[in-house]
Design a protein around this ligand. Sequence first.
Ligand code: GDP
Ligand code: MG
Length: 177
Amino acid sequence: YGDANQKIDYVFKVVLIGDSAVGKSQILSRFARNEFSLDSKATIGVEFQTRTLVIQHKSVKAQIWDTAGQERYRAVTSAYYRGAVGAMLVYDITKRQTFDHIPRWLEELRSHADKNIVIILIGNKCDLESQRAVPTEDAKEFAEKEGLFFLETSALEATNVETAFLTVLTEIFNIVN
Ligand code: GDP
Ligand code: MG
């Protein structure tokens, strides 16, 4: 693991997008390092993390990009989207506004990214059920209408984070194979 001599069959770039504070960086940290931090600082500088996994006997390096705290509308540059084959569109289930902004993010994604990009809608912080402001049904319906995968996750409790990435990576894998 992490061996320089390890044979990599595929590198897939996946971008994380969505409003500030929805949990993008913690989702990435959970997936790449199995870590979570309650007082994560706002992300500084564009960065990505990688994790190599095996899908159908091939080694796939997932290169996951996190925004540079550029979550204001139109602040994410086209370089961020360049070459991306997957995208995770994240909102916070306790903040209605972050879900209401999803169509905007989707529009931005569709105007900058490859038209065959695989997209998953993610309702994060599902551990905060008592503060829920976005019904699961609303998101499910939106995802179906737009042809997106959909899952609710908790980076805090590690719920569905692995499944969300595997869903996107496996779909990309199936498209290129
Ligand atoms: P980003 O701006 O989208 O990258 O959001 P962060 O990853 O920095 O997370 C923003 C805040 O939400 C931080 O205080 C995190 O600890 C918290 N957070 C992130 N994911 C979860 C989660 O699944 N559940 C809970 N309860 N808090 C979370
Ligand atoms: Mg962040």
